[in-house]
Ligand binder design. Structure first.
Ligand SMILES: [Zn+2]
Length: 319
């Protein structure tokens, strides 16, 4: 495999990496504070230039970039990205103006799925799903060895299927009880707030409210705090609902959980697995491994580099 450049663009951070055979050889990164399109393009160009160097380093043969939002894969235009507030932002065209290399742009979560499937925990699986449990929930589906793109590049938006359509939390997308609203880090925080009135002596809410984050709740649950455990159990119920739905749709060999919350590791996996089994009805039980993802924050850049190497998220957009 030749070296390619993988770029992971997020709402607060951009990282460009030189990747060879799924291994990051060099990286450059920048924080993103201004979401104006031209400013973000400048940061992306900067990090790519600093990682490829000025002829000193062996730069890559193509650029792959994963971005939040829905992407027109043929042009690399971001059709819409709620994270950035962009509509029809011509990211691919701007990068082609700056670099004399092939440029491919795809959704960041689909890129991460491609990375985990090619070089991470999904290696060798034909049917694989990645979920990133962070502030929101991103995802991607590999079906019979191929990343699902869908009609409009919207396949894999697993975060926005509803798991509690009538009694759930409001989702940023406008619906109620989306998987993302219930089972992301933000979802865990909302569960903790929702059950707080039942725990008037809770130490969780007696501190500074800005310190009440999903990590603090998870750690308190692990330590046996009753308020945190009540929130955690609700969280796990909703996570299990979503995972069981995914099994009903895709019947994958493996679902990998990545993103910040997946650092809960066995504490999460041991709690969620039996609930998923219970909720798995028509698909055969015990056929889907639920595991922690392997590549961590590097999955997106590695997957973007795979996209660059292949000439697209799948071979379909070449035709
Ligand atoms: Zn939603």
């Amino acid at each position: 495999m030749s070296k390619t450049i993988g770029v992971d663009l997020g709402g607060s951070h951009v990282m460009a990496a030189i990747v060879e055979d799924g291994v990051i050889k060099d990286r450059a990164e920048q924080d993103i504070v201004d979401h104006a399109f031209d400013v973000v393009v400048r940061s992306v160009v900067d990090v790519i230039r600093s990682v490829t160097g000025s002829g000193k380093k062996d730069g890559g043969t193509a650029i792959g970039l994963g971005s939040p939002g829905n992407v027109d894969l043929a042009s690399g235009t971001i059709r819409y990205s709620p994270n950035f507030g962009w509509h029809d932002a011509p990211l691919g065209a701007k990068l082609r103006e700056s670099f004399d290399l092939p440029v491919y742009v795809g959704n960041d979560a689909r890129c991460a799925t491609l990375g985990e499937h090619t070089y991470g925990c999904g290696r060798g699986t034909a049917n694989f799903v990645l979920l990133t449990l962070g502030t929101g929930i991103g995802g991607g589906i590999i079906a019979e060895g191929t990343l699902l793109i869908g009609n409009g590049a919207g396949a894999g938006e697993i975060g926005h299927h509803q798991v509690r359509a009538t009694d759930g939390f409001y989702c940023n997308c406008g619906k109620i009880g989306c998987f993302e609203a219930q089972a992301s880090g933000t979802g865990l925080l909302r569960h903790a707030i929702a059950v707080a009135p039942s725990f008037p002596r809770s130490e969780l809410v007696s501190g500074k409210p800005e310190k009440l984050g999903s990590k603090a709740i998870r750690k308190a649950a692990e330590a046996g705090d009753v308020h945190a455990l009540a929130a955690w159990n609700r969280y796990i119920d909703d996570l299990a609902r979503g995972l069981a739905n995914i099994i009903a749709f895709v019947n994958p060999e493996m679902i990998a959980l990545g993103g910040g919350l997946s650092s809960a590791g066995d504490f999460m996996l041991h709690a969620v697995r039996p609930k998923v089994e219970e909720l798995t009805t028509m698909s055969p039980r015990g056929q889907t491994k639920i595991v922690a993802a392997e590549l961590g924050n590097d999955a997106g850049a590695i997957g973007a580099a795979v996209m660059a190497e292949r000439g697209g998220l799948t071979t379909r957009e070449r035709t």
